[in-house]
Design a protein around this ligand. Sequence first.
Ligand SMILES: O=P(O)(O)OC[C@H]1O[C@](O)(CO)[C@@H](O)[C@@H]1O
Length: 391
Amino acid sequence: MVSSEPGTFAYDVWHKRHPALFQRLKEALPYGPARRDALDALLEETLSGTLTPLPSDADEASLWNGPWDRGHYGKGWTEAPFLWAESYFYRRLRGATGYAYDGAGSGGTAGDRAWRGVDPFAPFKEAELVGSAVEGQLAALDTLEEALVDERTDALLLGALWGNRADLGFLITAAESEGDRPLVADDRDALRALLRTTEERGGHVVLVADNAGRELIPDLLLAAHLLDSGRASTLALHVKPHPYYVSDAVTSDVLAALRRIAAAPGAAGRAGHRLWAALEEGRLEIRTAAFSCAPLTYDAMPEALRAEFASAALTVFKGDLNYRRLVGDRHWAPTTPFADVTAYFPGPVAALRTLKSDVAVGLDAATVTALDGSGEAWRTNGAHALIHVRD
Ligand SMILES: O=P(O)(O)OC[C@H]1O[C@](O)(CO)[C@@H](O)[C@@H]1O
């Protein structure tokens, strides 16, 4: 998948979404002239320049110039694979904003540490945690208190799934779509069945999170339920080690979401306190792997991460980007079985994702015919969602 062709989804990401993103970044934080110039230069470079490697002393240079280098330096930004180039774009954005160190030779602001570690997307993510939408998500938990475990599992899986629609990068140029629709692929029965057997397979569940704020709240409520119900005896929540794809969650976002949940009245507040205790006891662990911000698909994951997923009774991937990385960022025939494209994965795996890119697998032929006949941009408009499982 490349982004050089006008009219394609990937082309629009560079030419429509990113310019709007830069504008919002410059409005959200009072970056000085040097940072603003660096942002303008980066935007211009991505639209008409070529990919250049990081200086060897820059943050993450050993990864980008080492195991993540796929020979794209020297190409135009939109000529490299979309997945690789967009991931590198977020690394360069971390440098332009001063979050990351771009190396001694990279210009007048390189030695300035004032903005080091300041998440450029924090204002957007923080805004997500206030307001009625989150209040509604938290209050909804009260309605599940009397429900049977499987009913709760089902409701919380759906909450976590549709929470993925609240992706700030996507919402920059997309209209928020209307209510939840029937899932285009729905392996919920198989997923619930798998969750009933996690204990006999060690009980460890990995949840690879996606976005902060309105997605992370339902993800954490799902995690609380899995731990409370014994569907998971331990749970690892993977978040990004760095700000990425605008709203992707980092550790500080987990803590902010957790504080928000714990401050809620009723069932949500109680779940928040149990999550807090689970972190203290080690039953819940927040984890960050460098590979979570890699420009590569999961079949190229490093051995340590492979071993971690192999040790889990179930790994759940949230979101569109994780999905692209899990199944391969290609123009698959949408009827290609999910089990085939994830056969390399070292353990049982599930994906919960709203559709926000051209990649689609695991759909049945009748569904594809209906979606194609609908006339809507069903692959990319964020209005559809799916749940896949492979045991
Ligand atoms: O937050 P998610 O669900 O991973 O979505 C990431 C979005 O960014 C993209 O990678 C494009 O920027 C799309 O695949 C998707 O719309």
